[in-house]
Design a protein around this ligand. Structure first.
Ligand SMILES: [Fe+2]
Length: 286
């Protein structure tokens, strides 16, 4: 089964969103959508999401799933807007409840904020299979970058979330709350044990100087050439490299707004008495 994969690159956050489908007129899934957010003004826009919607309508697709590989820390999800426009169910890994617990405390969220994942339409468990029309899909737990990370295997294509990046970029960071480089190494090896010609689709690309953004590679290419986890790199080597490198990385510009919105399945916090939603900045807490 070789599904069609349409990629949408967002240059503001280096995120790639996908529409996955069998053929025009068929069922479809959307993976990792982006709601545009300007941190300087606090304004959202739907230009990125509208490009996905236009494609879905053009191809006459029926959206059944709006999948998140994890609670992203670098962009806001457009999942609720897409569901309102196109239908479908919003799903994320079941361990999102752990992430909700952690950030409920960090942001001192309202007491009624639930940490049971019920903001999402469905919580996927490791190994769970589901259908996208005639396509068979499977959730593969890939914790390490966050505890709730899931990769999605749809036919011969795997949407890897924040685990592997393109071979010349390496791997995702592990220094967010709940991250763990040992765990990420093992998750990545689950992906690298898939058939060599499996198509891998990245969640982000941070291209080195002189290379255009790219997002598709294979298990074989990653095993041979990933700068952080090519064949022969041991878990200890990887953890040492990852820990050194993570210590040098700044927080993503949108981490504070992203996390607050994404653990609510993309909804804004409940409006205050004046009808406005506010996002918090914890001072000296992260
Ligand atoms: Fe991420």
């Amino acid at each position: 089964m070789k599904p069609n994969v349409q990629a949408f690159f967002d240059p503001a956050t280096w995120t790639i969103s996908y529409v996955v489908y069998e053929k025009p007129g068929s069922a479809a899934a959307i993976v990792d959508s982006v709601l545009d957010f300007d941190p300087k003004s606090g304004r959202t826009r739907t230009d990125s999401a509208d490009r996905l919607i236009a494609f879905v309508r053009e191809q006459d697709l029926r959206v059944e799933w709006i999948l998140e590989t994890h609670a992203h820390a670098d962009h806001l999800s457009a999942a609720p807007y897409l569901r309102q426009q196109l239908g479908g169910r919003i799903a994320i890994g079941g361990d999102i409840t752990t992430v909700q617990d952690v950030f409920k405390r960090v942001f001192h969220l309202e007491p009624t904020f639930r940490t049971d994942g019920t903001q999402f339409d469905h919580l996927l468990q490791d190994g769970e299979t589901f259908r996208i029309g005639d396509l068979e899909a499977r959730a593969i737990a890939t914790p390490g970058h966050t505890p709730a990370c899931m990769a999605y295997q749809i036919g011969d294509a795997v949407f890897v979330g924040d685990t592997l990046f393109m071979p010349d970029v390496g791997t995702a960071r592990c220094d967010f709350p709940g991250g763990n480089a040992h765990t990420l190494y093992r998750s990545i090896h689950k992906l690298l044990s898939l058939p060599a010609d499996t198509r891998l689709f990245m969640c982000h690309d941070y291209p080195p100087e002189g290379r255009e953004p790219a997002w598709e590679t294979t298990v074989a290419a990653q095993r041979a050439g990933n700068i952080h986890v090519h064949e022969g790199v041991t878990e200890d080597d990887f953890v040492a490299m990852r820990t050194r490198r993570d210590a040098t990385l700044a927080m993503p510009v949108l981490i504070l707004p992203s996390v607050q919105v994404n653990i609510r399945a993309g909804e804004m916090p409940p409006p205050e008495a004046n009808g406005v939603s506010y996002l918090k900045i914890p001072v000296n807490a992260l």
